[in-house]
Design a protein around this ligand. Structure first.
Ligand code: FES
Length: 578
């Protein structure tokens, strides 16, 4: 393997090598921590950006896994330093982790830039952490490898397999409909998350970990390994060894994150039955790499890639643990070979094609063949029309087939609390034909675009046995959710998008095969409503939220801050060391 880098040319040498007062202080303070000069001199310094915290159950194992990464770094002749970053525990952070994805991306970028490091290991997994870490590392530009947290083990309740999120919603609806009681519910609550690791359905975490691997940013097969499996420990140490080699090879994200890599990621995501959140995150990641990916790239891929991963919620039986046993992502990608750019370079130093050469599939029901998919078009569809001129998305594989083409009256709510109260009212004037609408839940309106998009089914309909209805919002939804939920309406209502003009009783027409969404309201009437519309008051008048509101992009543009995109200003210079 060639070594374009020499010890003298290491970035960290700027801090440690010169015979001057400032560098002497750096050496002295490293020795203050008990290190000898021989431990760092001439060696790649590897930052391990760890998103562990006491309140992130998905990353609980990172507290010890970081030692496995360090072991690998040391074995390969590097010098590891752990740098903690904000943890973004999906379940606990309010109003939504999406408000803080860009903060973690900035945290990552600036941690890398400001410290004496030559390469970086990114430890993440819980929903927003993966795109945030990759966005930050892409902007920082040093060699980087991603270590996924891995999915938790299957849930279990009285012998019934439980899936994260999906079964929580399902059994909660059963409880709301009075079909199970408090005791049964407590059994579900205790059994659905029984090991560390991320959600084990094909939610946003599993989607984004797989996408990171398909992009070429983690070791082959890493994303599918359950968190509690010892293979995960070995993957951590192997990643530590590999990043040291990557520094010598000067294998930076810019060499890996090409247009081909992003197309591989999108196509792999489609075949996985990916979370709708993937659209926002992949667009943001691509733009950090200077690749202009947009909704049309997803729409094109969705037309040619079938869903072949039979994993909940698109599938009806299996979970990520089953996917791992069936061959994991390398197995799935081996079935997509004809549709992938096999020459794309990866962190292994080899091409994607070389990485998956010889990968097998060991269960044809979990990882289907292209000829026997669970859904014959992609996981996501992009709809456009007078309600969403800049697009909105739906996961057709996870919604009732009869709702893929539907017209019905809108039932509109301006905020989450009033919608929540209404759906629990058994006298609500609602039928299965209605389209339930929530607005002011987008990037600025939410704020932060919370995962409110799987609007709860009205209690009245649940009791009548109705399982699904069309729901529409400018919010996101959890990747573990299911149902006929149309999301990410752009522009959002809060900034005056057409959704702001919709009224209860207006007819909304949705045609998923035709990729359209319309409100059947005349242009003249819409102009009258537009003239009468007044913007709502700002959500924040100080602090991070104020900055967020000033700079956040809309959903179709990936929700990055405008000032973090590649084309904004000159690249940031290396820090002056004085
Ligand atoms: Fe962390 Fe689902 S809550 S991945």
């Amino acid at each position: 393997m060639s070594k374009p880098k020499s010890p003298d040319s290491l970035r960290s040498a700027r801090w440690f090598a010169p015979d001057d007062l400032r560098s002497s202080t750096h050496r002295s303070r490293a020795m203050q921590m008990g290190y000898a000069a021989s431990e760092w001199s001439g060696k790649p310094v590897i930052a391990i950006i760890n998103t562990w915290s006491d309140i992130n159950p998905c990353h609980a194992h990172f507290k010890t896994r970081v030692d496995d990464v360090k072991r690998g770094v040391l074995q390969a002749g590097g010098f590891p330093i752990e740098l903690p970053a904000i943890s973004l525990a999906e379940i606990f952070v309010k109003p939504t982790t999406m408000l803080y994805r860009n903060m973690l991306a900035m945290d990552t970028e600036e941690l890398i830039r400001s410290h004496p490091v030559d390469g970086v290991v990114l430890m993440g997994g819980c929903d927003k952490t993966t795109p945030a870490l990759l966005m930050g590392a892409t902007s920082a530009g040093l060699p980087a490898i991603y270590v996924p947290a891995g999915p938790m083990l299957r849930g279990n309740w009285q012998g019934t397999v439980l899936g994260s999120g999906s079964d929580v919603w399902k059994y909660w609806d059963e409880r709301r409909a009075g079909r199970i009681g408090k005791t049964e519910w407590e059994g579900v609550e205790a059994g659905v998350a029984r090991s560390h690791g991320t959600c084990m359905t094909m939610g946003t975490a599993a989607t984004m970990m797989a996408i990171a691997e398909a992009l070429g940013m983690s070791l082959t097969g890493a994303s599918s390994i359950p968190a509690a499996d010892v293979n995960h420990i070995r993957m951590c140490s192997a990643s530590g060894r590999r990043i040291v080699e990557m520094v010598w090879e000067d294998l930076t994200p810019a060499k890996i994150l090409t247009r081909d890599a992003f197309e591989n990621a999108i196509r792999t995501g489609m075949a996985m039955g990916c979370s709708t959140n993937a659209i926002i995150h992949v667009i943001a990641q691509a733009r950090r790499a200077g690749i202009p990916i947009d909704l049309d790239d997803f729409e094109k891929a969705s037309r040619i890639i079938p869903v072949i991963a039979n994993i909940r919620p698109s599938g009806d039986t299996y979970l990520m643990e089953d996917f791992f046993y069936a061959g994991g992502l390398p197995g799935l990608m081996s079935r997509l070979k004809d549709k992938l750019h096999l020459g794309a370079l990866t962190v292994t130093g080899r091409t994607l094609g070389e990485n998956i050469d010889g990968a097998g599939v060991f269960n044809d029901d979990v990882i289907r063949t292209i000829d026997n998919p669970i859904y014959n078009e992609g996981a996501l569809a992009v709809l456009k029309g007078n309600l969403a001129p800049d697009g909105c998305v739906i996961k057709p594989s996870a919604c009732a087939p009869h709702l893929r083409k539907h017209s019905g009256p809108a039932l509109v709510f301006d905020d989450y609390p009033s919608m929540k109260a209404a759906v629990d009212n058994e006298d609500l004037d609602v039928t299965p034909d209605h389209i339930l609408v929530l607005r002011n839940a987008g990037p600025l309106g939410g704020p932060g675009m919370p995962e409110w998009g799987m609007l709860p089914m009205p209690k009245k309909l649940l009791k009548a046995g109705v399982k699904d209805m069309l729901r529409l919002s400018d919010a996101r939804m959890s990747g573990t959710s299911y149902g006929a939920c149309i999301l990410h309406v752009a522009p959002e209502a809060y900034i005056g998008g057409p959704l702001a003009l919709l009224k209860t009783g207006d007819i909304v027409s949705v045609d998923v095969p035709g990729r359209s969404i319309r409100m059947e309201v005349s242009d003249e009437e819409l102009a009258r409503r537009r003239a009468a519309w007044t913007p709502p008051p700002p959500r924040y008048e100080r602090g991070y939220g104020w900055m967020f509101a000033k700079h956040i992009r809309q959903a179709n543009d990936g929700c990055d801050f405008d000032f973090l995109e590649t084309q904004f200003g000159a690249p940031v210079a290396e820090p002056v060391i004085y």
